[in-house]
Design a protein. Structure first.
Length: 1032
RNA sequence: GCGGGUAUGGUGGAAUUGGUAGACACGCUAGACUUAGGAUCUAGUGCCGCGAGGCGUGGGGGUUCGACUCCCUCUACCCGCACCA
């Protein structure tokens, strides 16, 4: 039979579904393997050809592992809550639940088309109450726990309350935003509201007023990783810093473990460094500087305490609490002006002119504790409120920003580090010798750092401190489409957890879900819902990353009603062995999931500390855009000029006609015949038609309007134009020809003479093949191309230009996987995606190349069927055939293990080519080959598996193992090099010894001529590999 | 500015990790067949040169018998972070 992918694929997909071939059991003697794809947002525009790349890779690996005898969990589901889904719903004016459902359906169809082995019985959706019940449940655990820095794990808040009531908070070493110390008496005397406020400073999920990224356009607050360059990641809207009462997660508590945990996982260095940078650990010292005339001190953080002798002034962040207090009357006006200026600057502005030095003197002075000098306290927005303590000691001699500031405002600079021994050393290298630095003068920097910290500690004004760039994650969204918080507030404003047995708190129906601009969440419109019998409900919802931070655990046991997953399921599946997805989740999702996972680990709910053992980032597939070149006015003018010239008409270009104020320029004019031609785009000629007419007549010329469209329409019959001119010369008045409207001329790329006479336009890549335009399809694609005229090349083809761009609708370079599957079959599509290149590398999609894979599949098929008839025999395979097969087994095995899927496909091609050459059609060979290829081309393999007389499914076969014996050669072809350059090859027996080869090599004819008159100095023989003769 | 990555034919990419550079494809050239079709098959295809031969993995230098691979240096491009004290 012939290879008919559409039939075969439909047939076997149905079979797999009917027989639940991909259903995975939690109850198995086999070792487990968990392959996960990053959670997709079901966006409205569906999948393009770049999206399934990772899914195909993970599917191949899952199928491979299954054939290797593993019980493989390979699930799929949808991250259905959150901004993108809602924003999309808002734009098209449909309820997010409805649009999300539609999108999921579309997504599912597209995925099904490609033949993935997902166990759909485990599908999860974050917007499903059965799912978000557990998101809320985990949130409540975070709410009920704090992070103990001594135990280095999360502990119950109830424990904390007990300690507070007995001894206050002095001895508690926790991750906290609590600044004041209090005693047991204090605590016991606190109101409920006050107690709640204090506890919020300890809880891992807490609510507090703080500066947040408010995005007006989206009507919500965003987390730091959702803001890029001061704009929202989704939609690119401006973001401002604004104090708001918000829920947050105390991710900072886990900073250190998030950092050290990276050592346990097999991720790319690029990814690890990105996470490290985001966590941003820096080791230094905390110090307190007294303020002249005030009781308060300024707390600072520095990584270079050694340079304290060079601290000649201090800078506070504009939002720093002390600013209002310490500013002197004399400076108040100026400071207020500066605060107004700094406050008004958006994040984008602030970040775009980092170089601009701004600040203001508060009028107050601090005392440098080691020099005893009085140093001025400034404010400046290069100091950030939420890093360290929001204040710095400025050391202009050793810090570029401090230096720029000092120079700008004329502040003193004292050199304190002599770096002459370390050329090129930077601040962070911590190298050099101290000068002008009191008791540390002469010390090396690392020693001085220690000495200064010791001194600060001795005096009780400072200590060693570690700081992280990582901030707590904003967890509130003032939007509708998310998980409601399982929190209520009583009359006193005290927060209460909704009891576990009341979960989930269902997201109520709401018609007007549009965001508001005042920061009040849409759920606030439902007064009845909000004022529940249990108390006033929180009306913010959770962010998109809430549901996606633990979804991989739900797949293990998706229908469990008593727990997010059973202990047994968690004990069996443990963690994700292989995680494939895009690099865009490098910090956000991956950091949050790791945090949640560590928290659940602390509570004993999950058995592993890191959720994702191995992670592969698939590269982005870009589009290969195609261009057509539309001739412009210049082109028409050049053409007409050349044409007139060749007919020896005495036309001149750009001729000034008329006199004085009435002078004007005509495109072409012939003074002899008193005729002038205006050559312009139709719409321009139309606009000035009558004026032109009058103008030319006044100058005594017969006016001939020719539109560029007319020129293009008659490009291939130029005599038409000539005829017109002749008639004009004869005095005939010729009106503008309006029948050629919308005619455009397209010049084949290889026929372009002058780039400026054509305009480059994107053309749909789906109507271009091997850069040749399908002109029929082109004319149908857009109404304004319907009357296209072409300048073709000698072959009569239209060649398009091309460029690599992002795959995007506006570049007309989007290729839909459905179209590929329709045309080539899913198996071919899967293999071609892999064949494109290494999975981790970004690359352009080029549909042209798929024909190579298609050709291969046909050839492969023809090993089984000759002229449509079954041609496989039961003969014993020969040694050579076995060698070809086992070579392929060996290579494919090795390459799958190292995620080199492109070379696997090459290997299949090579193997097929070789078997074809041998006319090999033996079942013993082909059966193994079918299994080997099954992970890549599951449909076809299933078909052939059955054709070979097997029953059941090829998924249950066992993976072929290669036998080294078949690969052994009798003789080896050695490359013979002279001084490292290959000059000849020669066959030696496989068991030839080093000495044998050395002795024989100089006797080889092809080598002799290189040895003439030279001495053989050395012969290097690498057995089985190569020979190198060193002469000189 | 800092950090990470990449650089190989006209194109996508191979190279067992220091051992025959360009596998496997696309494209191109020539030929065969054919109801010329965007089908199939055969051969060729890194560059220069008629040739012998020479050159060749972004540029320059080094280590080595031998370098796409290791080291130094420069250049270009991509990604991430960016006043983080």
């Amino acid at each position: 039979m012939d290879y008919k992918p559409r039939e075969i694929e439909r047939k076997w997909r149905r079979y797999w579904e009917d027989n639940e071939v991909y259903k995975v059991s939690n109850d198995s003697d086999k070792p487990k393997y968990y392959v996960l794809d990053m959670f997709p947002y079901p966006s409205g525009s569906g999948l393009h050809v770049g999206h399934p790349l990772g899914y195909i890779a993970s599917d191949i690996f899952s199928r491979y592992k299954r054939l290797k005898g593993f019980n493989v969990l390979h699930p799929m589901g949808y991250d259905a809550f959150g901004l993108p889904a809602e924003q999309y719903a808002v734009t098209i004016g449909v309820h997010p639940a409805v649009s999300t459902n539609d999108n999921i359906e579309r997504y599912r169809q597209q995925l099904d088309n490609i033949g993935f082995s997902f166990d759909w019985s485990r599908e999860v959706r974050t917007s499903d109450p059965e799912y978000y019940k557990w998101t809320q449940w985990i949130f409540l655990r975070l709410f009920e726990h704090y992070y103990c820095n001594d135990a280095k794990k999360a502990r119950p808040v109830s424990e904390l309350e007990e300690i507070f009531s007995k001894e206050g908070n002095a001895r508690i070493n926790a991750a906290t935003s609590q600044e004041d110390t209090f005693t047991a008496e204090d605590w016991n005397s606190y109101s409920n509201a006050k107690k709640d406020e204090v506890l919020m400073n300890y809880r891992l999920a807490y609510r507090k007023v703080q500066y947040v990224n408010w995005c007006e356009a989206l009507g919500t607050v965003l987390a730091n990783d959702e803001v890029k360059d001061g704009l929202s990641e989704r939609g690119g809207h401006p973001v401002e810093r604004r104090p708001m009462l918000q829920w947050s997660l105390r991710t900072t508590a886990y900073a250190e473990r998030l950092l050290t945990g990276l050592d346990q996982v097999d991720w790319s260095d690029a990814l690890k460094t990105q996470q490290k940078n985001w966590i941003g650990k820096s080791v230094g010292a905390q110090a307190f500087f007294e303020i002249v005339g005030f009781d308060e001190t300024v707390e600072i953080f520095t990584t270079r305490p050694d340079t304290i002798f060079g601290a000649t002034y201090m800078v506070l962040a504009p939002e720093h609490d002390l600013v209002a207090k310490i500013t002197t009357e004399a400076q108040r006006k100026k400071v207020e002006d500066y605060l107004a200026y700094a406050g008004a600057r958006s994040e984008v502005e602030r970040m775009s002119d980092v170089k601009k030095v701004t600040g203001e003197f508060t009028g107050a002075y601090a005392i440098n504790p080691l020099t005893e000098e009085h140093i001025p306290i400034w404010i400046g927005d290069y100091v950030l409120k939420d890093y360290g303590s929001g204040a710095i000691m400025a050391v202009p001699s050793d810090d570029d920003r401090d230096k720029a500031f000092a120079e700008h405002f004329g502040l003193p600079i004292i050199d304190v580090v002599d770096k002459s021994d370390y050329p090129g050393a930077t601040l962070s290298d911590k190298l050099g010798k101290m000068i002008n630095s009191g008791f540390v003068t002469g010390m090396e920097v690392p020693d001085a750092i220690k000495a200064v910290i010791d001194e600060l500690e001795k005096r009780g004004i400072g200590q060693k401190q570690i700081n992280y760039k990582l901030r707590d994650a904003n967890f509130s969204r003032q939007r509708y489409w998310g998980e409601p918080f399982p929190i209520t507030f009583d009359e006193e404003g005290v927060s209460h957890a909704v009891p576990d047995d009341k979960l989930p708190v269902i997201l109520p129906e709401l018609d007007d879900f549009k965001p508001t601009s005042d920061g009040k969440a849409p759920l606030g419109k439902l007064t009845e819902w909000m004022n529940s019998p249990e108390g006033i409900r929180e009306i913010d919802t959770m962010p998109g990353f809430a549901g996606s931070s633990w979804y991989f655990l739900r797949y293990m046991d998706p229908d469990n009603e008593d727990a997010f997953a059973s202990k047994e399921a968690l004990a069996y599946w443990q963690d994700v062995d292989l995680y494939i997805g895009g690099a865009e989740h490098a910090v956000g999702h991956l950091l949050y999931s790791r945090t949640w996972h560590k928290f659940l680990y602390d509570l004993g709910y999950v058995p592993t500390e890191e959720p994702f053992k191995k992670l592969v980032n698939q590269g982005m597939i870009g589009g290969r855009s195609s261009f057509v070149y539309r001739a412009n006015e210049k082109f028409a003018e050049e053409w007409l000029y050349k044409y007139l010239r060749s007919h020896s008409q005495t036309f001149e270009r750009n001729v000034i006609l008329g006199e004085g104020e009435n002078a004007f320029e005509a495109d072409f004019a012939c003074s002899h015949n008193k005729i002038a031609i205006e050559l312009k785009a139709m719409h321009r000629l139309e606009r000035y038609d009558h004026e032109h007419q009058a103008q030319f007549e006044k100058a005594g010329y017969n006016f001939l309007p020719i539109s560029t469209e007319e020129v293009f329409a008659h490009y291939h019959e130029p005599d038409y134009i000539l005829d017109k001119i002749r008639r004009a010369i004869d005095g005939e008045r010729i009106d503008l020809n309006r029948n050629v409207r919308d005619t455009a001329l397209f010049v084949s790329k290889d026929m372009i003479e002058d780039r400026s006479s054509v305009t480059k336009l994107h053309v749909d890549v789906n109507i271009v093949r091997n850069d040749i335009l399908d002109r029929y399809a082109f004319e149908k694609s857009r109404t304004d191309f319907a009357r296209a005229v072409y300048v073709l090349n000698e072959e009569g083809e239209y060649y398009c230009g091309h460029a690599f761009e992002k795959m995007s609708k506006r570049y007309y370079n989007v290729v839909n996987p459905d179209d590929m599957v329709e045309q080539y079959g899913a198996d071919c599509f899967r293999m071609y995606e892999m064949f494109l290149g290494p999975i981790e590398q970004g690359k352009p999609w080029d549909t042209n190349g798929i024909s190579g894979v298609q050709g291969f599949i046909k050839k492969y098929w023809s090993l089984f069927y000759q002229d449509g008839a079954w041609a496989v025999t039961d003969e014993e395979p020969t040694k050579d055939e076995l060698k070809v097969l086992h070579n392929a087994i060996k290579s494919v095995n090795r390459d799958i293990e190292r995620f080199s899927f492109n070379t696997c496909v090459s290997e299949f091609m090579k193997c097929t080519n070789e078997l074809r050459k041998m006319k090999s059609r033996k079942a013993a060979i082909l059966k193994e080959l079918v299994v080997l290829m099954a992970p890549f081309a599951p449909h076809m393999s299933e078909e052939l598996w059955h054709a070979l007389g097997e029953t059941g499914t090829v998924n249950e076969a066992s993976y072929p193992v290669h036998n080294e014996d078949y690969l052994k050669e009798d003789s080896v072809t050695y490359p013979i090099s002279i001084n490292g350059k290959k000059r000849a090859t020669y066959d030696f027996p496989a068991d030839a010894s080093k000495a044998d080869i050395e002795a024989a090599v100089t006797g080889i004819d092809a080598i002799q001529k290189y040895l003439d008159g030279k001495t053989v100095r050395k012969i290097i023989v690498v057995p089985g590999r190569m020979v190198n003769v060193v002469v000189g």
